[in-house]
Design a binder for this molecule. Structure first.
Ligand code: ARG
Length: 448
């Protein structure tokens, strides 16, 4: 068994090691590139305060860049017997560079190392989520415009209620994503702060230049208070998970609508064949399995903030190993929501809608309010008009005029898709991904 960073005299029991390391070797692979970037910033700072020589910094930086390349090319593993990514990187440096490799951990703890890794990971993954959200947003808006004239019934209590349209239906989900983006940006801002330098959670007697690592890693600011920086473990993940859950809630509602409206009893829309699956017994079936799985995956993602809340619930301040477990469900959640967004984008783009839904007279009554309003506009008091139309319906005399003239903001005739786009774009423009891209490029020597 390879020794641990912290191992002194007593050998670690095999079962205890298995139990405590858990799935960290697998989970930490998500963090590996960020662990290296964090170390690059840390050693650059160590040199500036005299804890490394300029030559040592050059040698260590070159080797960390090699390790980064190995990670990028899938040639990096966390070896059997090595606890985590932090130990693996340090082990590789000491194997290759000898004692110099052991110097990089001055003024640092794995506690602030994993914190900074998570923040860097979260930033990059949120960027990917935002790209996927934006694609879907655009597709929903395009479909809303394309089918702006196609009417459909609107429901309350699953009872036919009032005229709606596909313009409204698609457009509603686009606007929902705009709000989800606001929450995502707030989560990004909270993650975009530098915990490095908090060390084990109480700082260090070295004169660490935390402004410098903040700049080198492209963070908006440090997490100032070192105790608070440590409290950010779990809290940041929970807030980001809530932002992901918000997107998931939007998509899960959309998925249920799509399944319902695709059923023969509604027949409002048709999913492209390639997004349906057959039955092993019923030859006619084209089941909406892709949307069903989407719904379940989205519902599972909505459990994530609750899971994190319970793992962290009632923990006092300071680091605890409990926090490690959050990685198992949190880290894979980003790829899950990105996958979902891409699949839904493809399905929505290829959906076809039934343009003749209202020919079916079972929807006639949804025009009752239109008729009441017409009479009201002709001078009849609303309550009298309501009563007259009600009696006509009871007596089987109601004949709908299947036309709508809704003009106010956000209605069938005035979707305000432009305004919704402005809302979305304003939020999108507030993300500043360039700052961290430039910082990473500099650390990696890919830009001056
Ligand atoms: N694997 C650990 C985690 O994810 C790394 C930090 C270990 N720190 C410690 N004090 N045991 O939290």
């Amino acid at each position: 068994m390879a020794s641990k960073l912290w191992e002194k005299n007593v050998q670690v029991d095999h079962d205890v090691e298995r139990y405590t390391v858990g799935r960290d070797r697998e989970m930490d692979l998500y963090l590996a590139p960020y662990d290296v970037l964090g170390s690059m910033a840390h050693i650059t700072m160590l040199q500036s305060i005299g804890l490394l020589t300029a030559e040592e910094l050059d040698t260590l930086t070159a080797e960390l860049r090699n390790i980064y390349d190995e990670i990028e090319h899938g040639r990096f593993t966390i070896e059997e017997g090595v606890e985590d990514v932090h130990s693996q990187v340090e082990l590789m440096l000491t194997r290759r560079l000898g004692d110099m490799g052991k110097k990089i951990h001055s003024g640092r703890s794995r506690n602030d190392q994993v914190l900074v890794d998570l923040r860097l990971f979260i930033r990059s993954k949120i960027e990917e989520v935002v790209v996927a959200m934006t694609r879907l947003f655009k597709t929903l808006q395009a479909q809303s415009e394309r089918y702006s004239q196609v009417l459909m019934p609107g429901y309350t209590h699953l009872q036919v209620a009032m005229p709606s349209s596909f313009g409204l239906w698609f457009g509603a989900y686009a606007e929902s994503l705009a709000d989800d983006l606001t929450v995502m940006r707030a989560a990004y801002d909270i993650a975009n702060r530098n915990p490095l330098g908090s060390a084990a959670g109480y700082g260090s007697s070295f004169p660490l230049d935390r402004e410098m690592t903040t700049r080198l890693l492209g963070f908006a600011s440090p997490d100032y208070n070192v105790v608070y920086a440590q409290m950010g473990r779990g809290k940041t993940e929970r807030i980001v998970a809530q932002a992901i859950a918000g997107v998931a809630a939007t998509i899960s509602k959309l998925a249920f609508d799509a399944c319902l409206f695709n059923s023969q009893n509604f027949g409002f829309l048709r999913l492209a064949d390639k997004f349906t699956t057959g039955s092993s017994i019923m030859p006619h079936k084209k089941n909406p399995d892709v949307f069903e799985l989407t719904r379940a995956k989205c519902n599972r993602l909505q459990a994530l903030p609750g899971e994190i809340t319970l793992i962290t619930n009632n923990l006092p301040s300071g680091y605890f190993r409990d926090l490690q477990l959050i990685k198992e469900s949190f880290l894979p959640a980003f790829d899950e929501i990105i996958d979902i967004l891409a699949m839904v984008d493809a399905m929505i783009g290829q959906i076809t809608v039934n343009e003749n839904i209202l020919d079916d007279n079972r929807y006639d009554l949804m025009f009752s309010v239109e008729e009441v309003n017409r009479l009201t506009q002709g001078g009849m008091p609303f309550r009298d008009a309501y009563k007259k139309v009600g009696l006509d319906i009871e007596a089987g005399r109601f004949r709908p005029v299947k036309q709508v003239a809704h003009t106010h903001i956000g209605s069938i005739g005035n979707l305000c898709n432009r305004e919704i786009e402005t809302l979305y774009r304003r939020e999108l423009d507030r993300f500043d991904f360039d700052t961290y891209h430039n910082a990473f490029d500099k650390l990696l020597g890919r830009k001056q």
